[in-house]
Ligand binder design. Sequence first.
Ligand code: AOF
Ligand code: ZN
Length: 362
Amino acid sequence: MTDDARHMAHALRLGRRGMGKCWPNPAVGCVLVREGRVVGRGWTQPGGRPHAEAMALGDAGPLAKGATAYVTLEPCSHHGKTPPCASALIAAGVARVVAPLADSDPRVAGAGFEMLRRAGIEVTTGVMAAEAAHDHAGFFLKTEQGRPWVTLKLASSFDGRIATATGESRWITGPEARRTVHWLRASHDAVMVGAGTARSDDPDLTVRGWGEVQQPVRVIASRLIDVPLMSRLASTAREVPVWIVHGSEAATETRRAWNSCGATLLQSRVAAGRLEPNALLSALGAKGLTRVFCEGGGQLAASLLAADMVDELVGFTAGMALGAEGRPGIGAMGVDTLAEAPRFRLVETRVLGNDVMHRWLR
Ligand code: AOF
Ligand code: ZN
């Protein structure tokens, strides 16, 4: 590994600390290195500001002069709620900037690199670009296509079932797998379920067991908002945000009731009696979400998969069989031939207690 790659790997690790916390902004990391020594570290703060470079420059103080800045995304050039990071790097006397990729925000998109070069700073791009592209994939999708990255989780028996015929589902996978699910929730901006799951499981959808964390937004996709007002989601909507994406058919009284519980309602398009996946995700992207963790149910998962809108699969498979009478984890997708089925590439397997976790990318 070259020194540049090593320091960029460090900056990427720091950047990941902000994942799930700094939407609508990207989770950027920054390391300042002078004469081979790290003199400043920073990452994008909760809510998206201050930016990573400002944090690292603050950490380094006068030691930033003559240093190389390793930033996981092009430093910004626009005057937003904070001054441009490119100007801050110039003012601090940084000698060189290494950043893997250009920012996809049209207000920046190359202008940050341009500002630095004009000020006589050497700019190196491309270092660990694939890793950075993966970390910022949600932010890029949101700025380029208006929708967040979608991770679909399925915790199931060996035969892909999530409950018995009578609806018993606690617990198929063990505590280690469940703990990892909570960590995955925390690394996403939002956790999403369909109305069926919200009704049958009465889930909290919060992150537990990882200390004080910023809770992800809880999204319910429900055309008619047919989720009981006595649910945990409704009763805790003032503590941790609940957003409901619904169709125009949802009754006015139901909308009012959820509103007064503190939920945010987002009306979206319905096609063939279902929330249209594209419109559903666009509604979430428009609200600034960059990474959404979908935990079912089967119908929502099937419609996202069928629409080719799932970017990552995370499976937790237990050594247990429930048979054809068990409830399938994914609903009907209308797939007739293998050629029509969405395919994913295996990127990781992990043993978690008596279960296996497997991660796949589109
Ligand atoms: C950076 N470093 O750590 C992040 C950046 O609304 P503002 O003013 O905070 O600007 C948000 C934009 O800044 C966002 O769309 C993206 O282009 C960039 N994010 N830039 O230099 C950072 N998080
Ligand atoms: Zn910035």
